[in-house]
Design a binder for this molecule. Sequence first.
Ligand code: SAH
Ligand code: SF4
Length: 428
Amino acid sequence: MNVHESEKIAGILTKLGYIEANEGEDADVVVFNTCCIRDNAERKATGHIGMMKTEKKKNPDMIVAVVGCMTQQDGAGRALKEKFPFIDIVLGTSNLALLETYIPSVAASRAKYVDIDDNELPPINENETFYRTSGTNAWLNIMYGCNNFCTYCIVPYVRGRERSRTKEAIIDEFKRLVDEGYKEITLLGQNVNSYGKDIYGNSYGFAQLLEDLAKVEGKHRIRFMTSHPKDFNRGLIDVIAAYPNICNNIHLPVQSGSDKILKLMNRHYTRDYYLDTVAAIREKLPDCGITTDIMVGFPYEEESDFLDTLDLVEKVRYSNAFTFVYSVRKGTPAAEMPQVDPLVAKDRIMRLIAAQNRITKELSKEYENKVFEVLCEDLSPTKKGCVCGRTDSGRLVTFAGGSDLIGKFCNVRITRSQSASLFGETEE
Ligand code: SAH
Ligand code: SF4
């Protein structure tokens, strides 16, 4: 989502006549697109912004802007400006478009702007231009914001309530992307399963949208994220099964395998409900790659809760898991709860990662000697004379080939696996 938002920022800069600066080259405009989902993301952003002080001394005409989630936190926009007075523009998450007027204004008169829009239901801007950087894949936002208020999460506070784009706007953009030659389109939303509820009630939802998009002609793949398990609609599984261009790949963040912790997190599902959903997916989509997000060290998490998480991981056998140590976010309910000892959390994350790595490795072995359709995305960043791409289930494969294969669907036999990496060769 943040990568796509950066494409919007770059789109605005392109419209203003700016071009991408080469690495190490002095830029005229630097925009920091920040994230505050965890403390380390915030610290990273603050560190990078701080480093601009010397750059700005060398080149006082340089324009520095800070946008994104971090600025949208209570009072954070002004605090940033006070800490780093050299910043020229601070904007929040919903008024990014103002960069288009503020940048020329700063360039002309060195004006300074701190502008954060606190509206929880900001209108959707349908006039965005993107400077796409994602190669064969294009991101497509179907909705913005979140209504769920998981007790650990800052997103609803900094991104407002759920707002769905109209199906017409989405289908139009989708068709344009297909016409432009994108071979894979990834639909984005914090909880795609509640798509449409705000504008269509129960008369049109994510499953219908997905079906309408799957019917658009052309050879391309559709992916989507993120699916909140509480709203995971079983009808969606049938739609995925019915259309080969919808990838068999579902990101279904579980967060914890303990009912006690799930309740404290305000996730609105139990471990059994989650496991039933996974069983329903596996029954109709046996080759589906299921990925997840898992957190350890949430307040009140005891060893037995963590063992429930480990047990769930063993049962589901995720193809990949994004694992996090819980990070206190000011203003969220969990910040007021008793915190787990960081050393205990560290030990748990290591054990969780070890379990998941073993499972990924075992699953990788199952790919060997089988042929998969792989969408070639790019030259391999590590292996000379090789390219890389993804299977329908979302696994990355490296195989011999050159740039002529980029954007093509190739049949690849997996010859070898190494942990999460798959290696193969093309077949006719
Ligand atoms: N809307 C998505 C998640 C978006 S945030 C969903 O509900 O699944 C991406 C991931 O960051 C979350 O799934 C969660 O695992 C993690 N996360 C969010 N807040 C966090 C916090 N305070 N500390 C640690 N991890 C967090
Ligand atoms: Fe955060 Fe929960 Fe919303 Fe995901 S669903 S963005 S974790 S509040």
